[in-house]
Design a protein around this ligand. Structure first.
Ligand code: AHM
Ligand code: MG
Length: 336
């Protein structure tokens, strides 16, 4: 159930019964993400002052070292998630290996795994363009009471119990799903409260925006080249509009609201594309499907891929259902 003026805190409590394994742990986990996001938001908003307060890597006026924002965001999320007796393991784009959390009694009793990209698109920070945090949540598969193993992290995306993103944009928003649709909350920075601003978000079934780094065009597979030409053709409803921010969260968020498709295909140099399956593509795919959209590697459903490595990459096509279908049909016609 959703209400106007509902805060994220109220929403979490009121919808707890719909959460998988409604024990309250997942609610507390989402709550801790909400808190960490506020802290990161505070730092991201100050990023433009770095030239005044001291450059990254230098010592600031208080004698503290200035940290890179992505490192700071990583530490903020890890510290917030660690202190709550819910999470047993974290994997992050910023850490080569996963982190094991023993719990306060050192008994490895916690149940949830979090995979995250704490600050995606961070090269955009220097130029005051939106960045985001992406997170994916699973139940562990190894028994509680034992340390987590890689197996707990290498679960296919279709087993996610929750996923979401935070967009640090003109407003800061937290958008997430627990498998009952997608809801978006906007932060009122004066009050530090998130309000339900985008209930039951839905990808339009069709759209007219395509988002891809066309600088890589010559390296794209023929199917993607053909699709791009299709988008540019002069027809009744085309050419489509090209929009590419280079911040996955922002590009997907815009396309979910307006209707569009995001592509990061394989290239001749990177046969698996650039984006990471576990903490970039899977959470976005879960959100896309929950919002009536679709996510694919060009041939198969992202959420059905069985991961083999923590940081593995995959080609990624995500957006309005009919547009992703179209990309897949171009890809299939070029497969020999
Ligand atoms: P990052 O995790 O190093 O920030 O890279 C991920 C980002 C995505 O947000 C974005 O969609 C993509 O990389 C842009 O890549 P490119 O500059 O190659 O177009
Ligand atoms: Mg990233």
């Amino acid at each position: 159930m959703t209400r106007k003026n509902q805060t994220l805190g109220e929403f979490i409590i009121e919808n707890q019964k719909d959460f998988p394994y409604a024990s309250g742990e997942l609610s507390r986990l989402i709550n801790s993400i909400r808190l960490a996001a506020k802290m990161v938001n505070h730092e991201v908003n100050k990023a433009g002052l770095v030239d005044i307060t001291g450059a990254i890597g230098e010592t600031n006026v208080q004698g503290e070292d200035q940290q890179k924002l992505d490192v700071l965001a990583n530490e903020t999320f890890i510290n917030t998630l660690t202190n709550r007796e819910i999470v047993c393991g974290i994997a992050s784009e910023e850490n080569d290996e996963f982190i094991t959390i023993k719990g306060q009694k050192n008994d490895h009793r916690n149940n949830y795994i979090v995979l995250m990209d704490p600050l995606d698109g961070s090269s955009n920070i220097d130029v005051n363009v939106s960045v985001g945090t992406i997170f994916s949540i699973y139940r562990r598969v190894t028994p509680a009471g034992t340390p987590v193993t890689l197996e707990d992290f290498l679960q296919p995306g279709n087993l996610q119990v929750a996923a979401g993103y935070i967009i640090y944009g003109t407003s800061t928003m937290l958008v997430y799903t627990t498998g009952n649709g997608v809801n978006g909350f906007t932060l009122n920075p004066a009050l530090g409260t998130y309000y339900l601003s985008h209930p039951n978000m839905q990808f339009p079934e069709d759209g007219n925006i395509y988002s891809v780094n066309e600088g890589n065009y010559v390296h794209f597979p023929q199917g993607v080249k053909d699709y791009i030409k299709y988008c540019q053709e002069e027809k009744e409803d085309r050419p489509y509009t090209s929009r590419y921010i280079g911040s996955l969260v922002s590009d997907i968020h815009r396309n979910m609201i307006k209707g569009g498709v995001y592509l990061y295909p394989s290239t001749a140099k990177s046969p698996n594309g650039k984006l990471r399956l576990l903490y970039e593509c899977n959470p976005m795919a879960f959100i896309a499907e929950q919002a009536g959209g679709k996510a694919s590697d060009g041939f198969r459903r992202i959420l059905d891929i069985k991961p083999t490595q923590l940081h593995e990459r995959t080609p990624f096509v995500c957006g309005s259902k009919n547009m992703v279908d179209k990309v897949e049909s171009f890809m299939a016609s070029q497969e020999s």
